[in-house]
Structures are given as C-alpha cells and as structure tokens.
Design a protein around this ligand. Sequence first.
Ligand code: AMP
Ligand code: ZN
Length: 457
Amino acid sequence: MVLKLYDTLTRPAKPQPFRPIDPKNVRMYVCGPTVYDFAHIGNARPVIVFDVLFRLLRHLYGPEHVTYVRNITDVDDKINARAAERGIPIRQLTEETYANFNADVAALGCLPPTVEPRATEHIVEMKTLIERLVTNEFAYVAEDHVLFNVKKMPDYGRLSKRSLDEMIAGARVEVAPYKRDSTDFVLWKPSKPGEPAWPSPAGIATPGRPGWHIECSAMAWKHLGETFDIHGGGIDLVFPHHENEIAQSRCVFHTPVMANYWMHNGFLQVEGEKMAKSEGNFITTRELLAEWPGEVLRLNMLRTHYRQPIDWTEAGMRESKRTLDHWYELTDDVAPGYLCADMHDAVSDDLNTPKALAALHELRSEAGKGSKGAAAGLKASAHLIGLLQMTTRQWAAWRPKSLAIDKAHVECLIEARNAARKAKNFKEADRIRDELKAMGIELEDKPDGTTIWKVRR
Ligand code: AMP
Ligand code: ZN
C-alpha cells in the first residue's frame, strides 16, 4: 500500500497518497522544543509520532533519501524569564535543557533527526527573510519592531480556517499601539539591556531579537529549501505559529505553498484532565523514564492514533508494560524475519498505529502457539515503529532507577511497616511511611498488601 497522509491544510475527507517533491530527498520539518524546562509527556508526543514517520519514510525511500529537520528554539522570552528566575546565564539554561531533552528522546527510542538547527545560529537567515519582506511591503517597521502586515496576504488564515474578520473581532483589546492592524505579528523586536540581542535588520538602530515564527521559516529554508514535503507539530501550533510560518515563507518566496502536507498530533491529557502545573498532574518525561523503560512510554503513546486526543493513564502504562514483557519473552534469541503486510499497510495509512499494534498482537498469538515465523515477523514489524529495540536479556534486567538503588532497603522498610500496622503500632507505621516519602517513594495500602504506587523524582 502506498503511504497516505492527512493534510491539515486541505482537510480532505480521507488521507491522501503522499507524493514527495523529490523521492531522492524527502524533506520533513517538525517544530522542536523551546529549551527552558524538562520536556513533559505531552511534548514527547510529537517527538515519538514524527519519529515513526521518519522511520517509515526511511524504510520506503531509503535512509539516505530522507532529511528530517527538528529545530531547537533557544531564543524566546520564556527562556529569558526562566534564566533570570534561576539566576543563571541563558546559554547555561539552554544547553542544560537541550542535553536533558536529547537524553529523554534517546531513551524513548527516537532516532536523531538529520539536522537539529538552533535558532541562535540562524539569525542571518532570519534577517535576510525579514529584509525581503520589508522590501516587498509584506512587512513594516514601527517603533523598532518589524511587523508582518497580515492584510497584504489575501489568503492568510487558510490553515486554521479563520477569516481575517473573525481574527480582528477576536483580537484582544490591548493591541500594541505600533501595530497597523491587531492581527499583524512580530518578526523582530527591540531588546532591553540584558536581553539577548543582535544588530537589527531594516535600518533599525536598536539591537533586537527575532520573533518565534520567523525562526522556523528561516531554519526550514536553510535546511530544506523554499518548499518541502511535510511540516509537523502539535495541534496547538496550527494557530498562530504555523499560520504565520506559512505567511512569511510564501510571501518571501512567492510560492503557493510552504509545505505540501501539514501534520498535527492531537493533545495529551492525564487521567482525564488537562495537564497543568496548577492541577498537580504535570508529568515530565524524565520522571516517567525513571519508573518505566522508554519503550513502555513509546508503546503507550502509539496505542492512540496520532490525530486523536490521548488520555495518559497509569493503567495504560501497566498494560503497555505487560504487552512488551510478553513480546520480549516470545522473541528471545529470534532474528528479525519478514515485515508483516498488515502492519506495513496500517502504518502507511496515515500512521494508523492502533491498527498496526493489532497486527502485532495477531503475530504474538501465532508466536505463542509456537510459530517461529510469527515471532520473527513480530520482531521485524515492531522494529518498523521503533519497538523491541533491546535484547530480551536487557529488557528483563531493566529496573526503575529509584528502586535499583535501594530496592532491598525499601522492601525491608515496607515489611517493617506492615508488621507495625499489624501490631496496631500506627505511630511507627506512619514514621516509616514518612521515611519512605523522604526517599521519594509513596505507598498505597490495599486490603491484600502494600504496593509502591509512585516514585517521585
Ligand atoms: P513547546 O516546547 O511548548 O513549543 O512544545 C513542543 C511541542 O510539543 C509542540 O509540537 C507542541 O505542539 C507539543 N505539545 C505541547 N503540549 C502538548 C500536549 N499536551 N499534547 C501533545 N502535544 C503537545
Ligand atoms: Zn515552528
């Protein structure tokens, strides 16, 4: 089956066949992290989803014929604010966050993208684009800012399906006074002393810094060209980020499209609620990786189709772990065999990973009945989506970080606490609970015993 993808821009009734501009160089850009804090589990979703697509494209066109660009946003007001809050230099914050991000996504079994450009290393390209937009009157200078003049682009709003009138009506009341229209957006802005700054374009004397949207237009241009095949990111980026990337790139290059396929992953929520620091259900990828092997996170993510919202649950993680335990057991010492056709067709159908996993479950039951071919097929097919990358022995030896340190001691304390509870010495039981809590371990008491339910980092 040929690869079919769903394009957010044209919103077809069904996913459409994918036709690359140049099959010898299939080009994909995905908006990467803004590096100021640990990636949360929602941020891991686009990384995993587009890694599956990257692997599939490499399989279909050959690894050397795919260019995958995922940027690093290392200049942003959130970064400035966090560095000031922590009292550390911006560069230290961005380097530290990037290193953490890299370690996390490697643990999730993601291949490194072909290029990982940093915004701060593409200021020259951003300024070139801005200068051209000003020259062609798509942008204007006002009070040391450069703004994109949205009214100059008649079909602005096509990606997010918003009309200009709707956007004007929806604009906030306090519109910056230097904007000609409330919908105009910043390409460049002046920096105050102490903020990151570069010499400004378009004859502006005050040093400044780029807006977020122009960063991606410039990096995509530099590494993929004026138009390319696929542009991806989370659904929250459709407006304004991707809408504005399209406006900038198309107006600079006078092209009908920026990318031919716009792909967006749905949002992730936790145990039925929006993930937010204020809700207390904010989970970083790092803390999950301390408790679970990365493949459990990956499998759990792929059980939901990428365009659907996903509800992240502890129960789902446990089930994903059991599935992988079983698969690893069945594929011990098995060399990868033939890729299963049903699996291949499902992934090729707009990354239908739930259907692909159903095909893997079929193979698992055949393998369970003793079919060596099915076990070999299971391994090869799981590889296509980045699963079963360890040996069975490595898998079996995996231990949660926190438990690996002091497992025996923790078990001893739990036992002592159970004994104290039995003897109705609740004071001692509480003391032990607190001791464990101080070690980052929280307990749940059930009628049939005590289990560790959360290891905090
Ligand atoms: P950011 O660092 O906030 O720019 O986000 C990096 C990527 O994570 C973007 O592609 C976002 O769309 C995506 N993202 C952020 N939050 C979530 C979430 N809760 N669910 C799914 N994707 C998300
Ligand atoms: Zn972007």
